[in-house]
Ligand binder design. Sequence first.
Ligand code: UD1
Length: 417
Amino acid sequence: MKIMEIEGGKKLTGTIRISGAKNATVALIPAAILTDEEATICNIPEITDTEALCDILKELNVGVKRASESIIINPEQMENKEISEKFSKKLRASYYFMGALLGKYKKAVMYFPGGCSIGARPIDLHLKGFEALGAKVTNEGNKYTVEAEELHGANIYLDIASVGATINIMLAAVKAKGKTVIENAAKEPEIVNIATFLNNMGAKITGAGTSSIKIIGVDHLGKCFHEVIPDRIEAGTYVIIGALCGNPLKIDNVIPEHIDSLLSKLEEAGVILEVGADYILVQSGENYKAVDIKTAVYPGFATDLQQPFTVLQTQSKGKSKTTETIWENRFMHIPYLKALGANISVKNQTATIIGPTKLTGCEVVATDLRAGAAMVVAGLTAEGKTTITNVEHILRGYEQIVEKLTEVGAKITLKEI
Ligand code: UD1
């Protein structure tokens, strides 16, 4: 087991460079098998979720070459085998192989995906979308078989603008016969990144980034080169760290409009930001005002930044409210913030935070990826030593987090125990 130790209260100065987006990467890697030739993707983050997906590629006999931040995926010798349970369960995004394999071979066999326990996380919308395209879905316990004689275009309305279902249906539909329209599609920047990748291969997708995506099926997908967009959640996490500890902190390689909702909430709280074309400079201040947030689908306030943001609320004057509308179980970090000294109560899906309160280091748990990020933000802000256990969750999504923070002056170490 790995733990992180943070000696908090240090001012952080310098530049943190943002890596490629985890949530784009985890869909791009499965999407790459749709090519009939070879796909090169650069700006791939070195995180454990990337490794887990490469293990699945290898299980399917797909050629995988890594060179610094790039990956070359060649499915010419690929075999459409069942994806074993141990790999399916390692992460949520393993389910993108369902859409990709179905799109390519008209058959996918795998197990219910894993991932953070932040809610029930059903996949009904994905499966309904596959069925609308002509597939039959059967399951024996956790094992799912999705199969079609022929995939045909369809009009699909998503009851919820699900990121995963939107991407998975796109993957299944790119080679289907005719036209598919996904209505109430999710609009997250990662979806645009995946659609661009598929279009570079020769797919015909329009409307990605709006709530109506149109896909005209094609027979062949060719060679392509693609770049992962910067990680808006990683960027947002470091901007929040800068608001609490920056002196100043420059967050570089960012697309600022991807975190507009966060930046406007920070400004409302009184955080001084300099927003450049591809960077954000942030200096920590005093007397932040309490602000309320409510998570929403993009371009609303990202649920993945809700947990790190609550740390800033503990340092703001007055009563702040955070309402979580996407996941039922995303307040698992709150008991640990309270252990550090925060004054927070949770009722239903709303946390009420009264600040400012002094945070003092203690032992806390990274219960899931973004809760873990919140613990890092809190540990850097707190006085004294914070020990975070279960940090495997954090390493799934933040590339070189210890190195990046050390470089700007944090006292943070990763230990194997
Ligand atoms: C993705 C992100 C995750 C982020 C989330 C919301 C990845 C790998 N993960 O997760 O970091 O928190 O978007 O921005 O990109 N739902 C259903 N049925 C379905 C699918 C989803 O009811 O078939 C519900 C979910 O339970 C949840 C909501 O829809 O309440 C949104 O989920 P979704 O957008 O699908 O999230 P993920 O793609 O799993």
